[in-house]
Design a protein around this ligand. Structure first.
Ligand code: ATP
Ligand code: MG
Length: 389
């Protein structure tokens, strides 16, 4: 029995002239992901993408799982491949549909004939297959208006395809269609969710992590890598920059008033990230900030953080509650890792009374003794790069 995966792309349908470009990127993403499973042909025809295994031992279940993670896919189904010949369609479909028809009471058949040379019309195909199914599974009735299950028969260029259950895809837009942006990733709950949310809108991700050994441990860095690998299951590989942050924190602690520690730290992160973004082709930064969640995420604090950079800062979680964020975190299997209790650089230097309503001039005053430019250059020179798959 030969099966393929039929893919309907989601919002792509709306994209007019860009559509073909979007489809090509989606196909590239599919090929890249699926070639790890085995030899496979991916092609498009009539607004459907066909994924056809070419090797005997192709792990079909794994392929379905991978397809379910790829952005830009609204729905997909596994389908039986038949000869374009009615008897072959009838006999093999009845057996193939057994599992999906066993647990329902009503069904209907819908037929589509892309190949008009096929000798039977669509209503004739429906009647023939409907009759066969009724004979084989006497518990079933036909309901054309509101069936429990719809069986689709598609007569296409090379073959006929039969399928009955659509699986929901990951939605969104294909990664790579929206450009590149850099996610500032900590070990927490929020930033991996922010990364996933923007990858879903078609952004290719780079990542930046600020590490402060020995205040932060090697395990904390591993945690960040694990979180990024969870995101990479959806977004594909991520280029990670690890920036040494210890000296900057020490200098902040030495030269700045305590109530400004977090804010100045965040301003330093933004300054460095802007420069790393320029080097890596990123057009924007992404953070996991959510309005009012902590002292450094009040509106005045966000304004003070933004004011040191010109690059746009995307904050996809800005209007979300923690519960909403956690729901996504669980869905992408990041939550259990995020709550592992390793310190990150922010928890180490948290002031007792953080400034919640900073003004720009007060921030500038507070960091006036910090050798900002020198620290930035040194941190960038010592940044280490790796790939997360
Ligand atoms: P998260 O759950 O993502 O850690 P948070 O609520 O703990 O977020 P903060 O620690 O204030 O918030 O950080 C806000 C944002 O700043 C994070 O979402 C992340 O984008 C960025 N950030 C914080 N710490 C780091 C770090 N060590 N390296 C890179 N980015 C960081
Ligand atoms: Mg954090």
């Amino acid at each position: 029995m030969k099966e393929i995966i039929l893919i309907k792309n989601g919002e792509l349908a709306l994209k007019g002239l860009n559509r073909s470009n979007f489809e090509d990127i989606l196909i590239k993403n599919l090929r890249r992901r699926l070639k790890q499973i085995g030899e496979v042909e991916v092609r498009k025809a009539q607004s459907t993408i066909y994924v056809e295994p070419k090797s005997e031992d192709f792990d079909f279940e794994n392929a379905l799982e991978q397809v379910s993670l790829i952005f830009g896919i609204a729905a997909f189904s596994r389908a039986l491949v038949c000869e374009k010949e009615i008897n072959d369609i009838l006999t093999r479909s009845v057996e193939y549909l057994k599992a999906t028809l066993e647990n329902v009471k009503t069904f209907k058949v819908e037929a589509k004939r892309a190949d008009k040379h096929f000798p039977l019309t669509s209503p004739e195909i429906c009647r023939e297959l409907g009759g066969k199914i009724l004979a084989a599974y006497p518990h079933l009735k036909v309901d054309v208006h509101n069936p429990d299950r719809t069986v689709f028969v598609e007569i296409r260029d090379y073959a006929a395809y039969v399928h009955a259950e659509q699986i929901q895809g990951a939605g969104g837009l294909p990664v790579g269609t929206a450009g590149i942006a850099s996610i500032l990733i900590s070990g927490g709950i929020d930033s991996p969710v922010a990364a996933w949310t923007m990858a879903k809108r078609g952004l290719k991700l780079n990542a930046i992590h600020f590490a402060s050994p020995p205040y932060t441990s090697a395990r904390a860095e591993m945690k960040v890598r694990t979180l990024l690998s969870k995101v990479a299951r959806y977004s594909s590989s991520i280029n990670l920059a690890i920036v040494p942050f210890t000296e900057i924190q020490d200098q902040i602690a030495e030269h700045c008033p305590e109530e400004y520690f977090t804010l100045i730290m965040r301003r330093m992160m933004m300054r460095i990230s802007e420069r790393l973004a320029a080097k890596s082709g990123s057009l924007a930064l992404i953070t996991g900030e959510s309005l009012g969640q902590v002292a450094s995420q009040t509106l005045p604090a966000l304004v003070a953080t933004d004011s040191v950079v010109n690059i746009p800062v995307l904050r996809p979680l800005i209007g979300m509650d923690k519960e909403e964020i956690i729901t996504i975190s669980r869905k992408i299997d990041a939550f259990e890792t995020s709550i592992l209790p390793y310190d990150d650089c922010c928890t180490v230097f948290t002031p007792k009374h953080p400034k919640t309503r900073p003004t720009l001039s007060l921030c500038e005053e507070a960091e006036k003794n910090l050798p900002i430019e020198e620290l930035i250059e040194k941190a960038i020179n010592e940044t280490e790069y790796s790939y997360i798959y």
